[in-house]
Structures are given as structure tokens and as C-alpha cells.
Design a protein around this ligand. Sequence first.
Ligand SMILES: C[S@@+](CC[C@H](N)C(=O)[O-])C[C@H]1O[C@@H](n2cnc3c(N)ncnc32)[C@H](O)[C@@H]1O
Length: 225
Amino acid sequence: MRTKASPAAEAFEDLADRYEAWYDTTPGRVLFDLELAALRPLLAGTARPRLEVGVGSGRFAAALGIEVGLDPAEAPLRLAKARGVRVVRGAGEQLPFGDNTFGAVALVVTLCFAENPAGVLTEVSRVLGAGGRLVVGLVPLDSAWGRSYEEKGREGHPFYRHARFQTLVEYRRMLATAGFRLVEARSTLFQAPGDGPVVEPVRGGAVAGAGFVALAVQREEAGAC
Ligand SMILES: C[S@@+](CC[C@H](N)C(=O)[O-])C[C@H]1O[C@@H](n2cnc3c(N)ncnc32)[C@H](O)[C@@H]1O
């Protein structure tokens, strides 16, 4: 028996075509390339197989060489499958994979849509192999983009009204509480929403004010000093 989909998952199910079409607009293409440029070096060289939790239509997974994608919404999964991603329907809070299965896991703008983001991190920690890496793509609330998306959500935006954005410090605290330590980070989108968008450089580190931050973290292994 399948558990009931969350309102967020239902929105991505019902509006998969709209979400997908946005990536083909000029702003969509620019933002996708910037976010990809932040994420790519953090996944480079990680062990396989790789998993994306909240894979959506699979654009990032396909571009980042991630073989397996999980999502609770079926319609985007069909698009991900057409991109060559091996897809599995399910929720991040209850991953249908064994312990220590993956060399790397990605979560790209998904924690904010999960009903229990801490539960997702617990499950990701379980399925990651020893020395495996989690790469998280975030839109921090304490950025012009986070504030803009939150405002749109309050006004009833079909996707953002289901999101709970958090500040960069809150995301980092949640990762630390789940037993992950930061190993590398990249930041981009320092321009304000409505400024183009324009191509800009990606900076090293988790930089305050960035509209998109990619964090690479690893599990604190027991006994490590
Ligand atoms: C903003 S989309 C991101 C999709 C893809 N990562 C991308 O960046 O294009 C968020 C995705 O999270 C999925 N999602 C919502 N709740 C989830 C959960 N509990 N576990 C895993 N994925 C979830 C949604 O169905 C949606 O596909």
C-alpha cells in the first residue's frame, strides 16, 4: 500500500509540465547552468552508484551523472526516466534502499519541500556508504531569492506555498545534528531576482547572501577525532 502523497508532492505531480517548461525559459536556463556549476565540482570523483532524492524531472541527475533518482511524484519521474535516470517512486523519509548502498547522494532544492527534512537526512545517512558524500543544493531564506520565493509562497504560488525555506545557519545546524560535517561548498546567485538573470561566477565556500548554496558534507564516522 502506498502512503498518501504530501501536498508538495501532489503539486509537483499535477504541475510537472509547468515545472519542466520553466527550465526552457531564458531565466530557467541561466539559473540551471549557475546551479549546475556550483554542484558539479562537489560531486566530481565521488563513488558510484549515486542517488538523487527529490530527483524531479531529472535534469540535474542527468547532467551530474547520477544514475538513480527517487521522488514521490510520478509525473516528473517519467521525464527523469526519459533522460536515462533509473527512477524509484518513494519519499526521502523512507528510502527503499539498503544500508551503505550509495557512494554519493544529492538533494537539490528538495529539503525545503520535504515534510520531515531531518528524517530525510537520517535516511540519507543510512544509505550512504562509508566515506560517501551528500551534496545539498539550497535556497537560503536569508537571501534575496529565499525571501522572494517565500513571499511568492505566501501569495499562493503553487510550488512555493508548500516550501519551508530556512536560513543557511539553520540548514547547517540541521546537517550537523544529523551527523554530517561540511567538507566543501560553492555559492552563486548574488544577483537579485528580477536582475536578468545574468551569468555570474560561482564563489568557493558557503557565502552569506547567496541565492543558491551547494554544500558537500560527509558523515562523522564514530571514533573520528
Ligand atoms: C523543487 S523540486 C526539485 C527537483 C529537482 N531536484 C530539481 O532541482 O529540478 C522538489 C522535488 O522534491 C520532491 N519531494 C517533495 N517531497 C519529497 C520528499 N518527502 N522526499 C523526496 N522528494 C520530495 C518533489 O516531488 C519535487 O520533485
